[in-house]
Design a protein. Sequence first.
Length: 404
Amino acid sequence: MIRHTLVASCIALALTANAYAAPVDEEIAALKARIDQLESDKEQTAQDKGNAIKFGGAARFQYSYEDYNDGNSDRSGDFDFDLFRIDVNGNLDDIIFSAQYRWFEYMNVIHHAWVGYNFDDKQQGKIGVTQVPFGILTYASNNYFFSSNFYLGLEDDYDLGLNYTYKGDNNQLDLAFYKNDEQGGLDGYVSDRTDRYAYDVVGIRLPGEGIYDAPSDGNAAAELNTFNGRYAHNMAFDDLKVELGVSLQAGQLEIESGTDGDNVAAALHGVINYNRWNVKLQVTDYKYDVDGMDLERVVVAAYHFYDSIPSEATTYIANVAYSLPVDIGPISNLTFYNDYSLVTDKPSMQADTFMNVTGMAITAGGLYTYVDFVVAENQPFIGGTMVGDGETNKRLNINFGYYF
């Protein structure tokens, strides 16, 4: 295109040479020199096209109606700012990188930040704050609130460490080692341990302590030296595609008092895609232990507050979704879904947690909207807590944002 434009300019210049009485030969020579320079720049750009950096982000807002919140329901719901975020992704030669930072009304947090290297077209290594390879990836859910596993630190979790991924034609192996959480562990240099995107253990909860209390003296804790392994195998039968996977996680708990602790988790998952249908299934079991204690609850932190989760439990996820391409003004796709989570087999007869989300995701250019109706019991952000014994609550939630 550049060459054609400049050649046309040369012809036009030649045709008007008599009118302007200009030295045509000199002008043509100058234009040819300019063409040569542009071609040289173009070749250099082609050589450098492997180096790239891309900035992006999003701004999201939310309307919610909560039947468990008298003030909210009396006002017919609330409309709030959700978040603003900045993304950066790219590569410099063979080095790849990605980072995301989020601003909420009540906290600013790192979502992820890592650098990596593609050893070949099947193998990749990363170091930094990366997504923990556990269960269904990237998300074990379709809705805005994720599954109940997210609030246990077992979905879309991010920690600080090393990742290795091998991705073959029909399988994927992920191995990871995390030295500590994204805040640097127990003695990380942060002003508030509750300001984080993903849930992590930050203490052990003693009998009689309040559900939302900060860890008491000597009982602060942090995840330490955690190993993760995940294997997924993919099969295809005409229009039917199936992924089956297994995940294992094992690590230590560093406790302020010096007491030893550890944790282990395992999961089996399946993902089924048939035409426009998607089904996600997962069963997970986890346990936290502390020497010399009959531990029933642990302290977790995220989103600027402390909470409690059972020290052990079994969870089940069963989701179904249908994706429908449409042409309705700017709307190009509607995804209908129903996501169900159950957390059971908690210690000391703690009541089960369940969450059912019926909703629709709307894609319209860069605008993405979740419309969710949530029915839940003992579920964080739906009027409850994982160690509660509360009533069944309902929430209508509309979250929309523009991604750029």
